[in-house]
Design a protein around this ligand. Structure first.
Ligand SMILES: Cc1cc2nc3c(=O)[nH]c(=O)nc-3n(C[C@H](O)[C@H](O)[C@H](O)COP(=O)(O)OP(=O)(O)OC[C@H]3O[C@@H](n4cnc5c(N)ncnc54)[C@H](O)[C@@H]3O)c2cc1C
Length: 307
């Protein structure tokens, strides 16, 4: 594939805020950069943000879609054909800085890894009939759940906010947390514990999904034994995992997060990482953009540029 033939100064994996920020800065510095993004559009998780975004200093966005549109506009304006969308990275040899993608093999003098997070999936097998009854996001389903019972699993902010939100629509909301305490903010946990529509069980896991054609109840188990809970939907709010399986074994890491130095270099020379997947880090757009910018500076130094 013609445009994949030569060795780029920088190959960026992931077209979210971290990857695009790094690409813009590298491009402005005159580096030959290419961005590999598996989705059809850049923007990463920004498009999933359901609420107004007011914690990013560059502006106020009505929701994540609006933020993604702006990010995409800037990326298309300045990076043009340096962005390869629908380009899934399948394999990486980081020591040789070689990347195998669905569109060919790419080589770089440096690599910036910015593959972000994805939702942690519910780990029990779901019978085919109930596939549509296990949800990861509930917002658009609120009205159809009016007057019906639901089960939510998870112990973080997202599980508790979802419970409080759905309690205004559903007949009954049961929250099941695997651990003994909630990781969520204490103020919202207290609101949940005092809500008359919400029932909470800690130290509890779901063991089965049952019903005729549609989900009607789940079984759960805790120290007191097994019990059934009536519900029409199971909403999984189990947090996020870093998309690092492709390269985590090649780099120093902590539970899937890539360990980086202050300059966002990793344990292999010439390999940099940023955004959600790094530690220390913070899963926010501002951090992702800042880490991409900082990594671009480090890449420039690594390549011997003095300015
Ligand atoms: C529901 C929700 C609400 C949020 N709300 C806010 C908020 O209000 N404020 C805030 O600051 N942050 C918020 N965030 C977090 C913010 O969106 C992330 O921190 C930020 O997008 C991380 O940027 P990133 O570039 O590291 O990763 P991502 O945005 O995840 O981008 C990574 C990109 O890498 C691509 N990729 C992954 N694997 C491959 C592969 N093998 N080949 C090619 N491409 C690949 C992905 O397709 C993706 O486009 C929210 C996130 C979610 C999910």
């Amino acid at each position: 594939m013609a445009d994949f033939e030569h060795i780029h100064d920088v190959v960026i994996v992931g077209g979210g805020p971290a990857g695009i920020s790094c690409a813009l800065e590298c491009h402005e510095s005159g580096l030959d950069v290419v961005v590999l993004e598996r989705d059809e559009r850049v923007g990463g998780q920004t498009s999933l943000i359901p609420s107004p975004v007011y914690n990013y200093v560059a502006g106020f966005f009505e929701n994540g879609e609006a933020m993604r549109d702006e990010l995409e506009k800037v990326a298309q304006l300045f990076l043009t054909d340096r962005i390869k969308t629908s380009c899934n990275v399948l394999n990486m040899d980081l020591a040789n800085r070689e990347i195998v993608t669905t569109r060919g093999t790419v080589k770089g003098k440096t690599i910036f890894l910015a593959t972000g997070y994805r939702l942690r999936e519910f780990d029990l097998p779901v019978p085919n009939d109930f596939v549509d009854d296990v949800l990861y996001r509930s917002g658009i389903h609120r009205e159809s759940l009016r007057g019906k019972p639901v089960v939510i699993i998870g112990g973080g902010d997202s599980a508790v906010f979802t419970a409080l939100d759905l309690a205004e629509y559903c007949s009954h909301v049961t929250v099941l947390a695997r651990s003994s305490t909630f990781r969520a903010r204490p103020d919202i946990v207290s609101r949940m514990n005092h809500h008359n529509v919400i029932e909470v069980h800690t130290n509890t896991v779901v063991t089965g999904l049952f019903g005729h054609e549609h989900l009607e109840w789940v079984t759960a188990v805790n120290g007191a034994g097994a019990f059934d809970i009536e519900c029409v939907k199971l909403i999984a709010k189990l947090g996020y995992v870093p998309n690092t399986e492709l390269f985590v074994d090649q780099l120093e890491n902590s539970r899937g997060h890539i360990l980086v130095s202050q300059d966002f270099s990793t344990s292999i020379e010439g390999i940099f990482a940023g955004g959600d997947i790094v530690q220390p880090g913070y899963d926010r757009v501002a951090f992702a953009a800042g880490s991409g910018m900082m990594a671009a500076r480090s890449i420039r130094c690594f390549l011997g540029h003095t300015t």
